[in-house]
Design a protein around this ligand. Structure first.
Ligand SMILES: [Zn+2]
Ligand SMILES: [Zn+2]
Length: 217
């Protein structure tokens, strides 16, 4: 199976999840990045050269790197990077330390590329009946990924825009229901909530800010 078809089937799978499909795919891609980093690339000099060139990882990915407890790989990477930073400071040839100096996190870059691959796939296949049906049976895109999809695609089909609006309207209604549930002055009229409705505030954050750890520099 070529890469495009693999992405196609991964996307179909993601549309069946009870969360934003892009958040789901991004979390998977992120895990895949660290799996391949820690099983192979961390021992390759090219990884360390890039790590120094990019000024390391962003805050989020630095801590993900740390969370695997691979002391040697983390030490090597930071040893080279700190040497490079010290050489900048002692030689007064500032790169990272000048005001415009930045971290260009390689993990973020990878995720962004994957995200764009999926946006391109969605745009290419949204006319395809099977794909459209899968999107319409999904949980909908979180606001952050929908905003990114709008920017990527330029123009969105009406049915997709309607679908997203409907998802956000449903969420709004559930939030209102929760507020009513917390309003004791309603007395007998306070609604009874299902377990899922009791946790709608968590869903609101996930659908409006994206799932934790899915947004990158
Ligand atoms: Zn999302
Ligand atoms: Zn990053």
């Amino acid at each position: 199976m070529d890469e495009k078809h693999l992405h196609y089937f991964k996307a179909l799978e993601a549309f069946r999840e009870k969360e934003c499909p892009i958040c789901f795919l991004v979390k998977k891609a992120n895990l895949g990045y660290f799996d391949s980093l820690l099983s192979e690339r961390v021992s390759e000099i090219s990884f360390h050269e890039n790590f120094v060139r990019d000024n390391g990882f962003c805050n989020l990915h630095s801590y993900q790197f740390l969370s695997y407890n691979q002391g040697l790989g983390v030490t090597r990477a930071h040893h080279y990077l700190l040497k490079s930073w010290l050489s900048e400071l002692t030689n007064k040839k500032l790169k990272f330390f000048k005001p415009s100096g930045k971290v260009k996190c390689g993990a973020c870059e990878f995720i962004r590329e994957m995200e764009n691959n999926y946006f391109a796939l969605i745009k290419e296949y949204w006319k395809n009946k099977e794909f459209k049906t899968a999107i319409l049976s999904s949980s909908g895109f979180c606001a952050i990924h929908y905003k990114k999809l709008l920017k990527f695609a330029g123009k969105i089909p009406d049915w997709l825009q309607k679908f997203q609006i409907q998802k956000y309207q449903e969420l709004l209604a559930e939030l209102k229901l929760y507020l009513d549930f917390c309003n004791f002055s309603l007395d007998q009229k306070r609604p009874a909530l299902t377990r899922e409705q009791e946790l709608v505030w968590k869903k609101a954050v996930q659908m409006m800010a994206g799932q934790e750890g899915t947004l990158f520099n």
